[in-house]
Design a protein around this ligand. Structure first.
Ligand SMILES: [Zn+2]
Length: 252
């Protein structure tokens, strides 16, 4: 069994020069990867990639930073696309109080609309939350039938224990950084069967490649770090996190 990258952005322009090469490495080294949309264009690109390659799946949705473009027409387009079997979840959606391109109330309203969309198409959700954990938890509590993943989990161990009822926690390259104390504590404190591995490539490159462009096959370095923290073999981490990724996205 091989690893999975549960969150990447292969449509990003940073892959324009060697996308095929990057995709070939994924085919060789990973079980599969999941390409995540953040606006309409990237959602369409995600679906296109997923239709072209059987080891790539698509997630579609509008990121809180890009939420200004959200309207009824766009929602209908997303909903049509979401019915495709290559689309495994709605995301990344959520709240971002760090960049705040739209006021909190607007972000919340459109976050809720996309949670309802996920409910209608019966798919899990990929949640982005930055400096907004309290509101994110409050809103998600009102959708007890939805499950999914908290992408690049930024919260405390206490909040993690509440969320893992219904959500996997996405752990990425930041776990390998020197200042990752909080994330290390989360990985230590929650069972491995609630963790999925992600790169968020081309962003958040793990050590030893920090400063360079990230790519999906670097999940290996995150898995290795999880194995060290949890005192498990790399094989165990691969097996369990890959099973988690399949359950999360209802694959296989
Ligand atoms: Zn992302």
């Amino acid at each position: 069994m091989k690893l999975v990258d549960t969150h990447c952005h292969l449509d990003n322009e940073q892959f324009d020069l060697d996308r095929l090469e990057v995709i070939n490495k994924i085919k060789e080294k990973l079980e599969f990867c999941v390409n995540i949309g953040y606006d309409l264009k990237s959602s369409e690109e995600s679906l296109k990639l997923a239709k072209e390659y059987d080891f790539i799946y698509a997630v579609i949705g509008i990121h809180p930073i890009d939420i200004a473009q959200y309207n009824d027409t766009l929602e209908k387009q997303l909903e049509e696309m979401a019915k495709d079997s290559n689309v495994v979840a709605i995301g990344e959606i959520g709240l971002d109080y760090h960049w705040m391109t739209e006021p909190k109330e607007v972000q919340e309203e459109r976050f809720r609309k996309q949670l309802e969309l996920a409910r209608r198409v019966n798919k899990p959700v990929v949640i982005h939350t930055r400096d907004a954990m309290e509101d994110t938890v409050r809103i998600l509590k009102e959708y007890p039938d939805l499950n999914g993943v908290i992408h690049c989990y930024p919260g405390s161990i206490e909040t993690a224990k509440v969320l893992i009822d219904r959500f996997y926690l996405g752990i990425g390259g930041t776990l390998t950084f020197k200042n990752a104390k909080k994330t290390v504590e989360v990985v230590k404190g929650i069972p491995l069967d609630r963790i999925v591995i992600e790169t968020d490539s081309p962003y958040l490159t793990p050590i030893p490649f920090r400063g360079k462009r990230n790519e999906p096959i670097y999940v290996e370095h995150i898995a290795q770090k999880i194995a060290t923290i949890k005192e498990l073999t790399l094989e165990e981490v691969v097996r369990i996190t890959t099973e988690n990724a399949k359950k999360l996205y209802r694959i296989g």
